[in-house]
Write a protein that binds this ligand. Structure first.
Ligand SMILES: *[C@@H]1O[C@H](CO)[C@@H](O)[C@H](O)[C@H]1NC(C)=O
Ligand SMILES: *[C@@H]1O[C@H](CO)[C@@H](O)[C@H](O)[C@H]1NC(C)=O
Ligand SMILES: *[C@@H]1O[C@H](CO)[C@@H](O)[C@H](O)[C@H]1NC(C)=O
Length: 189
């Protein structure tokens, strides 16, 4: 009888969706970890457009905050650091629905080639991912296609791991407006 009860409990836990996992608080996180062995890992794919405006007069989304002694002489801007709060939109048009923000920094870390260290959070503000984040930490060689690791997350993305693929769609030298298409694949619970 007792074994049956345990078996039913296990089936219940296995079958239970993790919709409640966004409950906040230290105790809730503890509970979430206790149930983790019975929950199946899932894969979520996300697609959005990232708008970075670091020059021009209007609606700047990324600001220069630091530089090295010879950054201005460096052909690769070595030592330059920007902080960004870039909108993420559903479609290419900057006025299409905003899905979240990319908040963090990028630093020009290549002495001999143009290469950025990216360290930022994808902060989702709509739908089922509202309030959840994914953390991107990686190298961005500023070529057409870039691949950056997703090293973690919060909310529905607790314990997430994955890959962010970014593709430059357009760049305006005058306004410093870069439009980048993101395809993100993450494994989480
Ligand atoms: C700046 O943002 C405002 C409000 O979103 C918008 O009305 C305006 O067209 C934008 N300006 C430029 C130059 O993008
Ligand atoms: C996202 O969550 C915040 C905080 O809980 C809430 O205020 C806001 O209305 C939500 N936005 C959407 C679009 O659901
Ligand atoms: C860059 O942006 C400016 C101001 O919005 C615009 O006049 C110009 O046509 C754009 N250049 C390109 C190459 O799109």
């Amino acid at each position: 009888m007792e074994n049956l009860a345990i078996l039913l409990l296990v089936i219940f836990l296995v079958a239970m969706p993790m919709a409640y996992c966004v409950k906040e608080g230290a105790e809730e996180v503890d509970e979430w970890f206790d149930k983790l062995p019975y929950v199946k890992q899932k894969v979520t794919k996300l697609h959005f457009f990232f708008h970075d405006r670091f020059a021009g007069k209007h609606n700047i989304t990324a600001v220069r905050v630091a530089h090295g002694p010879d950054t201005d002489k460096s052909p690769t801007s070595f030592g330059l650091v920007f902080i960004m709060d870039d909108p993420l939109t559903e479609r290419m048009n900057p006025t299409s629905k905003e899905l979240g923000r990319a908040q963090g920094l990028y630093a020009f870390s290549g002495q001999h080639e143009l290469s950025l260290l990216m360290s930022f959070n994808l902060v989702f503000t709509t739908g089922e991912f509202n309030g959840s984040t994914l953390t991107v930490l990686g190298r961005n060689p500023a070529v057409l296609h870039r691949e950056m690791p997703i090293v973690g997350g919060s909310g529905v993305f607790r314990m997430a791991r994955g890959v962010a693929s970014a593709k430059l769609r357009s760049f305006n030298m005058t306004t410093g407006n870069a439009l980048i298409e993101y395809n993100v694949v993450v494994m989480h619970y």
